[in-house]
Design a protein around this ligand. Structure first.
Ligand code: ASP
Ligand code: MG
Length: 409
């Protein structure tokens, strides 16, 4: 008998009616003799509601207490779904993360899974139960409840799939798969049948909000077959995240156009061109726990250079502050400037490895639309540019077309 993990997100269990629908779907899988472990998120909006509630008491809620509280969202979902299954005559049993014993480290609000005890789940499966596990949560060595970071139920699903060696981890969500880009920006965007795990990582980190990035990393590490599907639409195979460019890969060179409007850029001007400067600029930024994305340093001339990088938009003011107060006087830079009205647009595809001229095609297409490129960065399977925010959608549309990603209808 094959075992699958099904994870249902917040919108999929967002109301009593939807929970009943999910239960009916699970019952149909069960009727085919499939063993199923279900992971669920909190009902949509619930985690946000709980966090807001906590903030009425502490501006920065104590992380341990916050986890005790936000984990209740999922606890409610698992119990309700189990009741709905039982009502359909399906044997079901719910578990919180601690009850399973999903052991994590003690990094409250962003804990990492260390180990999963699978004995109870296995015994229940063998006794014919559908096992319903609360996503997003675990327990540390000392017994304190932990959570895995926003969107963490995806990671619970993948981790269970790895621990139980499930056939597949199916992530049911409100979209029916991974698209070549956001269909709200490009209506011709196509659903991908497959995408490689590396491409998915690039797409996820670049802002397609379908899967928690950590779950994709996890799936890559433990070779879990991961599939994204719609919970509202019975038909469709969704998108399978594969490990290689296999036989059924669609033969596009580029798989998708990703974008991110959450970034800001900063330039430190007139930096002395000598060893240790990059460290002196970025060290204090890292010490403040600010994530840096793209980094560019120019060729020096007359002993001076400019140093630019991008960060999350929310960190813009704080970063400028650190640079002006801690870095600029220290290294004798000429100035600090930047802007938070930028966006990053990326073309992603493993086909890039074996094809030349992708960058020039991209830059030409942007040039023809008069879009100025402010920064460029590349990896083996991705080329990203920073452009003015107001040209982002245009850039995405143009690139989607130039790389032949539009729907063939
Ligand atoms: N309920 C949690 C959140 O909203 C975890 C999840 O849905 O995956 O982030
Ligand atoms: Mg999610």
């Amino acid at each position: 008998m094959t075992l699958i993990i099904q994870k249902y997100g917040g919108t999929s269990v967002g109301s009593t009616e939807r929970i009943k629908n999910v239960a009916r779907r699970i019952a149909r899988f069960r009727a085919r003799g499939q063993q199923i472990v279900v992971v669920v998120s909190a009902m949509s909006g619930e985690t946000n509601r709980l966090i807001a509630l906590a903030k009425e008491f502490q501006a920065h809620p104590d992380p341990r207490e916050l986890d005790v509280m936000v984990s209740t969202g999922e606890q409610v979902s698992v119990a309700l779904l189990s009741m709905a299954l039982m009502d359909l005559g399906v044997k079901a049993k719910s578990y919180t993360g601690a009850q399973v014993r999903i052991l994590t480290n003690n990094a409250y609000t962003k804990a990492r899974i260390l180990k999963i005890d699978e004995d109870k789940i296995r015994a229940d499966l063998d006794a014919g139960y559908v096992v319903v596990v609360a996503g997003f949560q675990g327990v540390d060595e000392s017994g304190s409840i932990t959570t895995l970071g926003r969107g963490g139920s995806d990671t619970t699903g993948v981790a269970l799939a790895a621990a139980l060696k499930a056939e597949e981890c199916q992530i049911y969500t409100d979209v029916d798969g991974i698209y070549t880009t956001d269909p709200r920006i490009v209506p011709e965007a196509r659903k991908l049948k497959t995408i490689t795990f590396e491409e998915m990582l690039e797409m996820a980190s670049l802002g397609s909000k379908v899967l928690q990035i950590r779950s994709v990393e996890f799936a890559g590490k433990y070779k879990v077959r991961l599939r994204v599907l719609s919970s509202f639409n019975e038909e469709g195979e969704g998108t399978l995240i594969t490990f290689e460019e296999g036989e059924n890969m669609e033969h596009a060179i580029i798989s998708g156009i990703a974008f991110n409007r959450d970034e800001a850029k900063i330039t430190v001007l007139g930096v002395p061109d000598r060893p240790g400067i990059a460290y002196q600029i970025l060290g204090p930024v890292a010490d403040a726990n600010i994530d840096v994305d793209m980094i560019i340093q120019n060729v020096g001339h007359d002993g001076m250079t400019d140093f630019s990088f991008t960060i999350h938009r929310n960190e813009f003011a704080r970063t400028v502050d650190i640079l002006k107060n801690q870095v600029q006087p220290h290294i004798g830079a000429r100035g600090v400037m930047g802007g938070d009205r930028i966006a990053k647009v990326s073309v992603v595809g493993v086909g890039m490895r074996s094809h030349v001229g992708i960058a020039s095609r991209m830059f030409r297409a942007l040039a023809e639309e008069g879009i100025n490129i402010q920064m460029i960065s590349t990896s083996e399977i991705k080329i990203s540019v920073v452009v003015d925010e107001k040209y982002m959608e245009l850039a995405v549309r143009v690139l989607h077309k130039v790389f032949d990603l539009d729907q063939v209808s």
